[in-house]
Ligand binder design. Structure first.
Ligand code: NAD
Length: 368
């Protein structure tokens, strides 16, 4: 019987729908080459959901997600919704879905392919060979802690946010990082600010304790400021970077510059029972609707979905290989400095989908 995978598509705002359309194109190429079926259901999230339903995460979208094995999301937000009430801001849709589905770990691989080294903001000699993965805690820390808000006291307003980490939140994400390291180069760098923050001191203590159960994995602790510096200076030294919600958010955008463009980096957010895949970039309102966005991160997110949710390792590898081949041939979207005319979003999707079909066809004929 033909395998059937239920996928929720949440294109979102700005360039979200454009890049998700290209990821779907690539999944369809896998479908016809491998004889599997992806059953897509599309839902609203973010600003487009606010416009249609006055909420960034409508109940119907939650139902679609609950009825799917995996979720593929574009991006949310944009200046149009900057002045709406905080509780209905588009970004709340994303924070809420992560929380509802218990997606407590975010994986952000950063691999500098040889063909990409020249696109990096850093000299190729420093970035060549970079192959790291950021394991970011996703449900705790300062993005969720209470009290929060803007309050008035003694005639002056003050903004308050609170960083909270409970032991079990650190334990579960640390286990994921060590397990992942075992499948890679067996090195975990835990990043915190233990010289200043109590939450970081607890983080360091708990990660050290969990690390004792993985004696075959080397553990190192680094302050976040030092990590930020070393990511630029010597990105190849890192294997698995384990860190908190906010530090991971910031470090992964920095790591994107090592890879050349934020448009190359996918992510996977995993819980015990659900998984959401999305590019790390935002809705890029400055280029939305102009067929200029780089769809690679969304396409590579679909590859992660096949790897982690559907155990389709061979198809995931085919997509990654196809991206590499297309880039090697010189195709690139407008945000990447390079020679020649830039390739449009839709053309880039076509090129990668065609290459995926070719790679899978050749794999299948070798099997026969
Ligand atoms: P952004 O990632 O949208 O854009 C930053 C810069 O990178 C822009 O110059 C943009 O044109 C460029 N860029 C981003 N993705 C690209 C792609 N695929 N191809 C080519 N260029 C790309 O970040 P921002 O400008 O800080 O935020 C814009 C909006 O997106 C805000 O409303 C923000 O809240 C939201 N946002 C959403 C997410 C998400 O949905 N996960 C993440 C970050 C930001």
């Amino acid at each position: 019987m033909q395998a059937l995978y239920r996928v929720a598509l949440l294109p979102g705002d700005g360039i979200g729908p454009e890049v998700i359309a290209e990821a779907v194109k690539v999944l369809k190429a896998v479908e016809s080459a491998n004889g599997v079926t992806f059953r897509f259901q599309t839902g609203l999230i973010g600003g487009s959901a606010v416009d249609a339903t006055a909420t960034p995460l409508p109940a119907e979208t939650v139902a679609i997600c609950n009825n799917s094995q995996a979720i593929l999301l574009g991006a949310v937000g944009g200046p149009k919704w900057d002045s709406v009430r905080p509780e209905v801001r588009p970004e709340q849709g994303l924070l809420q879905i992560r929380k509802r589905l218990g997606l407590y770990v975010n994986l952000r691989p950063v691999k500098v392919l040889d063909s990409l080294a020249n696109y990096s903001a850093i000299k190729p000699v420093y970035v060549k060979g970079t192959d790291l993965i950021i394991v970011r805690e996703l449900l705790g820390g300062i993005y969720f802690g209470n009290p929060r808000g803007i309050f008035s006291k003694n005639g002056e307003r003050m903004g308050v946010n609170t960083e909270v980490y409970r032991e079990h939140e650190i334990e579960r994400v640390a286990h994921r990082a060590f397990q992942l390291a075992r499948m890679r180069r067996r090195k975990v760098t835990s990043v915190d600010k233990a010289n200043v923050l109590e939450t970081s001191r607890l983080w360091r203590e708990v990660v050290t304790r969990i690390g004792r159960s993985y004696p075959d994995v080397e553990l190192q602790h680094l302050y976040v400021d030092n990590c930020a510096m070393q990511l630029i200076d010597r990105p190849t030294r890192f294997d698995v970077i384990l860190t908190s919600n906010m530090f991971g958010d910031i470090l992964s955008d920095e790591a994107a510059m090592v890879a050349g463009s934020i448009g190359f980096l996918p992510s996977a957010s995993l819980g015990e029972h659900s998984a959401l895949y999305e590019p790390i970039h935002g809705s890029a309102p400055d280029i939305a609707g102009r067929n200029k966005a780089n769809p690679t991160a969304a396409i590579l997110s679909a590859a992660l979905m096949m790897r982690y949710s559907f155990r389709m390792e061979s198809a995931a590898e085919a997509v990654e290989k196809a991206v590499e081949k297309v880039l090697k041939r010189g195709a690139h979207t407008a945000e990447i400095a390079g020679r020649g005319r830039p390739t449009s979003t839709s053309k880039m999707g076509d090129l990668i989908a065609t290459e995926v079909a070719k790679i899978l066809k050749s794999k299948n004929s070798k099997k026969k």
